[in-house]
Design a protein around this ligand. Sequence first.
Ligand code: FAD
Length: 432
Amino acid sequence: MKVIVAGAGHGGLVAASKLAKFGYDVTVYEKRQREELGHDWEDRFTFDLLLKIIEKDELPKDVWRYRGDCVFVSPSKRTNVEIRYTDETRQKIMWRKPLINMLLDYALKCGVKFEYGVDVKEAIIKEDTIIGIKTNKGDILGDIVIDSMGAFSCIRRNLPDGFGIEKELNRGDAFYGYRAYFNKTEKVSPEFPFEVYLYHEREQGLSWCCVNEDNVDILIGRIDPLTKEKVEEQLKIFKENHPYIGDEILHGGQYGVIPVRRPLPLIVANGYACVGDSAFMTTPMNGMGIDLSMNAGLLLAETLINKEDASIENLWNYNREYHKQFGGPTAKNEGLKNSLLKLPYEGVDFLYDNAVIQSSDLAGAGRNMKLGALLGKFVRGMKKTKYFFAIIKGLIKGSKASKTYTKAPKVYNIKAIKKWEDKLNKLVIKIN
Ligand SMILES: Cc1cc2nc3c(=O)[nH]c(=O)nc-3n(C[C@H](O)[C@H](O)[C@H](O)COP(=O)(O)OP(=O)(O)OC[C@H]3O[C@@H](n4cnc5c(N)ncnc54)[C@H](O)[C@@H]3O)c2cc1C
């Protein structure tokens, strides 16, 4: 089988490696050069999953570290929710460049070929099947195109409507971030070095300030695109409140976008499968997508290895299995995220001030926030029923969406899939 992987995203690289290792002819077409890949910042993901994939026992010591204890700050900055991690729960983070280099080295070892500087434009379609890609270097044909080009994949966005694959992100579906590590002008080590701000400066989004030994890691994130002026304004506020943040950028200083919504229901077509951010595979509350992308890459490779067949009927097995194992559990999170985003900042303050949001909820990015547990907060929440019930509605819709995702039709059937998608769409809480 001739496999085209468009974009060197994490899930695409994992699928490429496993397929090449099995003996398929796999080439990754990436618009940038190898040395330009991977952001200049640290990420949280499951190290064991990476090690299993690249068949290694341990990571070099200098590429990762533990993150310090965390404090969530309410929009008004009146209430703090502190999280002290234990040895088991402490967050491990790793630089993105070594991560991507490990995936690239492993792919090369498995026999994957790479062509850098190739700008993929769109799919080549014959009747209802994708048979290749159009690029700045000419047309390339293959048996399957794996779309690993990130949230704004131009393959996905240029597909004809008849393919039934959603193309665009709506407001609230994406998180626009700016991240930079600044020098420290004083030796400070706060008790809770990792400060996270929901509705930072009373705007819809999330920011953080993490004081490390040698630098301060700042993230500014909003649900609307960031302008340079907005970033400068927010950095100024951070620096006023944290006088030890210097002016020198040591790492990062880049913008990025993360899809923060339920995954695309339909992620396959004849001769086509998307993986990672191009299929919106992240956890909506915290934007983590590396584990999900890598897991999806494994599932996709398994599906293509089990049956040498890139028809939609076979690829549907990947689609269904992803949602059963990962899409359902993560989709649950969107209801809570969107119901929080729909509240005015006073509503979020209320939830903090009255301990409706607690450290266990925040530590699990809302995953542990169950209806049963909320009932225990009923008395406190009832002081402002509209805010409390908005959150309950988010949890109920999220929970229903989660169940619906895990119950995708067993076999590919266009009518049954349409009905299933309609059901899912009714469970979305839209942001104004
Ligand atoms: C600020 C920030 C912090 C984050 N922190 C975390 C974290 O801590 N943990 C976590 O799990 N996730 C985190 N994420 C999310 C994570 O980066 C993504 O979910 C994850 O990388 C999956 O994306 P991907 O690999 O599918 O796509 P991408 O990483 O977007 O890769 C897509 C690739 O396709 C290439 N490409 C794009 N267009 C073309 C084209 N036309 N032709 C050829 N190639 C093309 C790109 O150059 C790129 O190499 C963070 C994201 C941001 C922005």
